[in-house]
Write a protein that binds this ligand. Sequence first.
Ligand code: URA
Length: 302
Amino acid sequence: MSLQAAGMLKQYLEQRQASGQTHASLRPGTLDRLRSSGKPTPARAPDSRRSVVDTAKMEPTAPPASALFEMPVAIPSRLPQKAAGILAVPGQNKVEKLSALAAMAEKSTQARALGTLRDTMVFAVGNPDATIMLIGEAPGFEEERQREPFVGPAGQKLNGILKAMGLERSQVYISNICKFRPAIEGNQGTSNRAPTDKEMASCLSYVLTEIAIVAPQVIVALGGVACKGLGIGEGVMRLRGRFYDVHGVPTMVTYHPSYLLREEKMAGGGIRAKRECWEDMLKVMEKAGLPISEKQRGYFRQ
Ligand code: URA
């Protein structure tokens, strides 16, 4: 490949990276065209409208880089990741850094200034050295009471999924895209609601910093809200079952455990949702390098 072609390629890939794209695939024949771009262009018949140029002295022409690539296969990570930075956190190790980060989240002026989130900050739970990090929506009534994510009914369901994967809660890292329980006007009681985009955005830098500190091998976005908050996109049905890049970490989108609980109550017992969620989790196990038994592979086989 000529220097010129290499330079254009580099420039093109850098532009794509800067716009948040993480994948590029080559069109058929591209490699051959790049290889031959180092060879001099055949001389053209002189054109009377242009001054005559000695083509042997010309820089070899490279195909425009945009002509070489297909659209990216993976959906690129979007803007919220760029807008929210990773915070500088003091500490000698992961535990110290995470506890310093939790103290910063506790005082979050941005989240508190919204006036739509409740007072108690619920940070995260689990192993700071975990290879798998799970990210849900926001604490609910029970999570706020115990100051721990996923301890209510959805948490019981999540524990069941982890158990099927051969994991304890203490082996993974569990967090939420919003660190405060969203408030409902009037007498909230045990009612919960999903966080709004603004509420998620106010906590995003804490979540991204957690990702940077824990440095898991794989993230699981539990449900459409977390998926949107992480900047992957909207529509869990469409997006689930595949990995997306979130700050360099492959991130699987799957159903929220509360959705599985709701589906269980429907006719058919929510078997489709459970099977699809399990298929997603098998991919997560593979990505994390966990052993998978034949029994585990066969859980939902007919
Ligand atoms: N649902 C979530 O998304 N997170 C929790 O912590 C609890 C329920």
